[in-house]
Structure formats: structure tokens, C-alpha cells
Design a protein around this ligand. Structure first.
Ligand SMILES: [Zn+2]
Ligand SMILES: [Zn+2]
Length: 403
């Protein structure tokens, strides 16, 4: 496993070195194997909403596509073996693709008919990875702020955060909605107001939800910076030293549940119409990826109205002036009102993370960190990203900062 990761992190990535075929091979073969396992155990591993609608109606092209993915994975694995001295990526690709084929490949069928209410979203993870990757990877290439690789510093941690948040999406949604739905089920309050709210124009409803959830999120977020017990959870999110479309996924699961429970309260209790709720959920999903992304586009006057990557990157900045600033995720005006606004014109932070890097590396260490902080704190602080920029021996994926 270690040599697989060190191959993926290898700096010898030029065209013809076999790295591209090997890495793509790993991606396609693991996706193909996951799809085959989803075919074998759909009740456990696919989201119900997609299982009975979309997949059932589209099998006529999904199965040939899976066949194509596995075939290309085999070819990529062989290409890697032919081109590269270190064969780890090639053999792993072939191993994964072969396992997928032995389990039935593109014609795999579920053998048991098991019904269940709760399932994991393995399909949801790959769909999100493909859709967000297809949107943000080219944008981050074209409009990059920091010149860093797709598989940049600590990409594995963040991919695991991304994986877990999508795999347990049903469980997380269920838990997050419990407070709001419990209140709704046991009260009949403000029915007149709720009707009036739901009858407004859809765009206006979405705008109101954005403002109210951001207001709730602002104070929630500010408390997580203010109180040490809460900060220990939130420090995990701030431990990211590289920003991109996947960095925002890095969040302690307890914080995810509390944050969502709290911020969804206003939108469910005030009575917004369902299309407005879904519209907002889609919007916040894209915007939370966007504000962490490595996109350096200049938005001019618009960045004072709507939160952009530059605004939220300052929230993650290592500069002293940037500490405990820019809590809002939609409207910078909220920070202006409450005195926590920091947004120097046209400038970007020099680096990201927490002074002294107290949070340990790797998912499980970070999961335990808030509970055993004293024992787990990184006592020998590693230098911050900005100081490491020229040290490629310690930090192979060294990004360079653009102006
Ligand atoms: Zn924060
Ligand atoms: Zn953030």
C-alpha cells in the first residue's frame, strides 16, 4: 500500500513515464470494481433514489459503459507495465480490473433480493467525484492561483473525507434533519407565516434561505473559533495546507452533523417550499466546493457581494491578520456587520493552515484529535507551507505561489 501511494505521489510524472497511464488505470479500475460490487449488492451500496429510477431506466448504456471502463483499465495497466520501471501502479490496476471481471464484470447481477431502508452511497461517491472533478479540475488548471498538482499535498486525507461524506450521505442527512423534523412534527406553529413564505417567488425564497442559513452558520462558525472545546473539532478543517476543490471536505464528522443540523433549522422551520430547499441545497453544495477551490479569477465588485475563493481563502490564511476573520460562506456583508471582515484588495494569503500545525496527519488521527488533543498534538511543529515552498525533498508536490 505504501509503495502504491509513493508511486502515486512520485515526481516522475512526465508524459511517457507511465505515471499517467498508471494513475488513470488505478482510478478507472477501482471505479469499475466499485460499480461491479454495486451491481452485486445494490440494496446496500446504492442510493435508493437512483436505484429505482435512473439506474433501472439507463442500464442499456450503463453496462456497456462499465465494460468500456474495465477494458480501458486493462489497456492502461498494460501500458504502465510497458513504460515504467516500477510496476506497482500497473499490477494494482490489473489486479483490480481482474477482480471486477471475476465478480461478473459488466454483466454482474444481484443474486439475493434483500430490501433495506438504509444504504451506503458508494455510487454517490463516484458520481460526485466524476461530476465535480470534471467541472473543477479544468477550471483549476486554467485559472489556477497556486501552481499545484491534482494529487497535491495531503490529497489522500481529503479524498478520504470526501469519500466518507458521500458514502454516509443518507445517515448524515437523516441525523442532520432530525432536530428540524422533530420540531415540525410536534408543533403547529406559525402556519400562516409558513404559507406566506412558501408562496413567494422561488428565486426570492432561495435568496432568503441563503441569508438566513449564512447568518446561522456565521454564529455557529464563530463559536467554533471562540471556544477551545469546539475549536479542537474545527481545527481539523483549518489544518489543510493546500486549497482546492477537495479541501473543503476536510471536516470532523461531528462538526458536519452539528453544522448541518443547526443551519438547516431556519430553512425547514420557516416553511420554504420544497423546490426552494432543493435549489438551495444544490447551490450550497457547489458553492462550498467553489470557495475552497484553487481558482484565482478576479471577480471585481462581485466579490464584495458574494463569497468567492479569495474571500474564503483568507479565512484559511496563515497571516496573523486573517485569524478569526471572514466566517460567512455566502455574504461577506455579514462579516462587515459583525466586525470580522478582512479582505485586503487583490491580495491572497501566503499560505494556509494553523500556526505550528498542531493537528496530526491522517483521517483517524484527526478523528480522535478533539478527544485526545493533549496526547495527540503535533509537538514538533512542521514548518508552514510558505516556508516549505523551496524544499522539494521534504515536500515533493511543492506548489509555487503565483502573484
Ligand atoms: Zn473556520
Ligand atoms: Zn473552509
Amino acid at each position: 500500500m505504501k509503495s502504491l501511494f509513493s508511486e502515486l505521489d512520485s515526481t516522475d510524472r512526465k508524459f511517457g513515464s507511465g505515471w499517467i497511464s498508471g494513475t488513470l488505470g488505478i482510478f478507472l479500475s477501482s471505479m469499475g470494481l466499485a460499480a461491479v460490487i454495486c451491481f452485486l449488492y445494490p440494496e446496500f451500496l446504492t442510493l435508493q433514489e437512483l436505484r429505482y429510477g435512473f439506474y433501472r431506466e439507463n442500464l442499456y448504456w450503463i453496462r456497456p459503459l462499465l465494460f468500456g471502463v474495465l477494458t480501458v483499465a486493462y489497456l492502461l495497466g498494460i501500458t504502465n507495465l510497458a513504460l515504467r520501471k516500477n510496476k506497482t501502479l500497473g499490477f494494482t490496476t490489473l489486479g483490480l480490473a481482474l477482480t471486477a471481471s471475476l465478480l461478473g464484470g459488466a454483466s454482474a447481477e444481484a443474486t439475493q433480493d434483500i430490501r433495506g431502508d438504509v444504504s451506503l452511497g458508494l455510487d454517490f461517491f463516484f458520481l460526485n467525484l466524476i461530476m465535480l472533478g470534471a467541472l473543477f479540475i479544468p477550471l483549476e488548471r486554467i485559472f489556477k492561483k497556486v501552481d499545484q498538482r491534482i494529487l497535491r499535498h495531503e490529497w489522500r486525507e481529503d479524498l478520504l473525507y470526501f469519500f466518507i461524506s458521500k458514502l454516509f450521505v443518507q445517515f448524515l442527512t437523516l441525523l442532520s434533519l432530525t432536530p428540524a423534523l422533530t420540531i415540525l412534527a410536534n408543533t403547529q406553529w406559525a402556519s400562516g407565516l409558513r404559507e406566506a413564505v412558501a408562496s413567494q417567488n422561488l428565486g426570492l425564497q432561495i435568496l432568503e434561505i441563503m441569508f438566513l442559513t449564512d447568518l446561522a452558520q456565521y454564529w455557529f462558525h464563530r463559536c467554533f473559533h471562540r471556544f477551545p472545546l469546539l475549536w479542537n473539532f474545527h481545527a481539523v478543517h483549518h489544518s489543510a495546507q493546500a486549497m482546492d476543490w477537495m479541501a473543503g471536505s476536510r471536516m470532523h464528522i461531528i462538526e458536519v452533523i452539528l453544522l448541518r443540523s443547526f443551519t438547516t433549522l431556519p430553512m425547514y422551520l420557516i416553511g420554504y417550499a420544497e423546490p426552494a430547499l432543493y435549489g438551495y441545497i444544490f447551490l450550497v453544495y457547489l458553492s462550498s466546493v467553489f470557495i475552497h477551490s484553487n481558482i484565482g479569477i478576479r471577480f471585481h465588485w462581485l466579490e464584495y457581494i458574494i463569497a468567492t475563493p479569495r474571500f474564503h481563502h483568507w479565512h484559511h490564511g496563515i497571516e496573523k491578520e486573517a485569524i478569526n476573520k471572514n466566517y460567512a460562506v455566502h455574504f461577506p456583508a455579514i462579516d462587515m456587520i459583525f466586525g470580522t471582515y478582512y479582505f485586503p484588495k487583490d491580495q491572497w494569503p501566503q499560505g494556509y493552515g494553523i500556526e505550528g500545525n498542531p493537528v496530526p496527519r491522517h483521517y483517524w488521527n484527526q478523528f480522535l484529535y478533539p478527544f485526545f488533543k493533549d496526547r495527540m498534538e503535533n509537538k514538533t511543529p512542521t514548518p508552514n507551507l510558505a516556508e516549505r515552498l523551496n524544499d522539494s525533498s521534504e515536500f515533493p508536490n511543492t506548489p509555487t505561489l503565483n502573484d
